[in-house]
Design a protein around this ligand. Sequence first.
Ligand code: FE
Length: 140
Amino acid sequence: MYQHKKLGDSFIVSIDNGCRIAAALTEFCRREGISAGEITGLGAVRTATLRFLDPATLEYVDKTFDEQMEITNLTGNISRKDGDVYLHLHASLGRSDYSVIGGHLLEATINGACELFVHPLPGTAGRRQDEETGLNLYDL
Ligand code: FE
């Protein structure tokens, strides 16, 4: 699913071709016991699902893009919700015409490579669902 190497307090994580990024990162954080931290990365995908929350209706709009795209940037954070790893990931994705789409990343399947740095923080960052915004906000 992935290779990883710890250098100092941080990890280099290389997710295998054909694997799903969010699933692999969640598994990585579970195995390493990471409950707070930061993720940065790049790579290439063949499909990605982005999510947009309409703040007026609190409705999620999910859209899947089935095309080869470069991850020009992936940024995210690691926390815990209901006792399990909770990832918050955003990505910008470069299309073959060099335009870029982006947003809240639900999941993406790698076609090529996905190279990430994971910077764990000591301790736990918690989350809970907020009724007013409909978001799973930090509960610090
Ligand atoms: Fe988001």
